[in-house]
Design a protein around this ligand. Structure first.
Ligand code: ACO
Length: 334
């Protein structure tokens, strides 16, 4: 045994960045292409508009902008980054990994760069992977990106999906904490029961691109909204309650809940289920809709001025797979 001093390395978030495209797709735009209404969409989802990346640009372009934003804001020399992890389910292409493309665009060389696909839970999965790398002592500066250009897979004439999704990217930098404070714990889960309820089937090895797959619309995102809705509330609530409890906190100790932004009604239901005080949940869904892996880092980035050193923060997400989980952290930035 040592001297009774816990030398465990703890990872913490030391910088944050984000990016959303300029172009807005409002509910009124959707009224023109499908039978829907601004009133219905706001009431059933809380979304007013989403951002859509221009054709000819891809997920990596938004990630690059988010990383540049982080680097400028926090004076980070990107040459000192030793791992770049990208949570995305809308990679620029099937290979190479979007992380490699981003490294190339930023001129970062000799970096360990790779993608993680866990749909809307991707950022939490990557955050946990990234913190494990830092905790191992082998990596000191890990960039964790959540980025998706989901608009490439949305059928703009399908009102069951076109109302929900938008494009965006967020990123955090993980480093060893000076005072052993930061990312405290995570519970991450998955099962295979959601495959039929939420998927993009086309373009993979099961249904490679072909006239038939395109005619069948397999390249579009499809979902059974009701099944996803129900599972999302239960799964996020359970992991939120468990991660708080197993770290000997109560929900009253949590200063901010930053949930995946899929539907305002899901967010409200989770808040109620876990009995978090009103006003402690951060929401920006009205402006961006569901940006898949980007929702949590984008919401954190936009609200960074409200987060105070020492705040206990609970993150939670649910997505395709199904995949889901919750992360508990202490905010350490001033
Ligand atoms: N505009 C107007 N009316 C509509 C629309 C629309 N866009 N969509 C459905 N309706 C109508 C239906 O036809 C139905 O009419 P009826 O009562 O006359 O039959 C009524 O509104 C209710 O339809 P529901 O499908 O029951 O609507 P619901 O309240 O379930 O909302 C929604 C649908 C918004 C899709 C909701 O189910 C949802 O948000 N689910 C979660 C989806 C989600 O989070 N997906 C992403 C997960 S994350 C990831 O990994 C990608």
């Amino acid at each position: 045994m040592g001297l009774g001093v816990d030398k465990r390395i703890v990872a913490n978030i030391t910088a944050i960045g984000g990016f959303v495209p300029e172009n807005r797709r409002t509910n009124f735009d959707l009224e023109k292409v499908t039978e829907t209404s601004d009133e219905w969409i706001v009431k059933r989802t809380g979304i007013k508009e989403r951002r859509i990346l221009d054709e000819g640009l891809a997920t990596s372009d938004m990630a690059v902008e988010a990383i540049k934003n982080l680097a400028v804001t926090y004076s980070i020399d990107l040459a000192t980054i030793d791992c770049l992890m990208v949570a995305t389910s809308t990679p620029d292409m099937l290979m190479p990994a979007t992380a490699n493309i981003i490294a190339g665009k930023l001129g970062i060389e000799n970096i360990w760069a790779f993608d993680i696909n866990a749909a809307c839970s991707g950022f939490l999965y990557a955050l946990n992977m990234g913190s494990s790398l830092v905790e191992s002592g082998r990596y000191k500066r890990v960039l964790v990106v959540g980025a998706d250009k989901i608009s490439s897979y949305v059928d703009v004439y399908d009102r069951s999906t076109n109302i929900l999704f938008g494009d965006g990217a967020g990123v955090v930098l993980l480093e060893p904490s000076a005072d052993q404070n930061g990312l405290l714990d995570a519970i991450l889960m998955s099962n295979g029961t959601g495959k039929e309820s939420l998927h993009i089937e086309g373009g993979g090895s099961m249904y490679p691109a072909s006239e038939t797959s395109i005619e069948a619309g397999r390249h579009f995102i499809k979902q059974d909204g009701k099944v996803v809705f129900k599972n999302a509330i239960q799964s996020m609530s359970d992991t939120c309650i468990n991660v708080v409890k197993r770290n000997n906190y109560t929900m009253n100790d949590v200063q901010w809940l930053i949930p995946h932004q899929a539907n305002k009604r899901i967010i409200d239901a989770v808040g109620k289920e876990i009995e978090i005080e009103e006003g402690k949940t951060l929401v920006n869904i009205e402006k961006y809709g569901n940006t898949i892996a980007a929702t949590i880092p984008l919401c954190m980035w936009e609200n960074v001025h409200r987060l105070k050193k020492g705040d206990l923060i609970l993150l939670t997400a649910f997505g395709a797979g199904f995949s889901w989980g919750s992360t508990l952290l202490n905010w350490t930035l001033d």
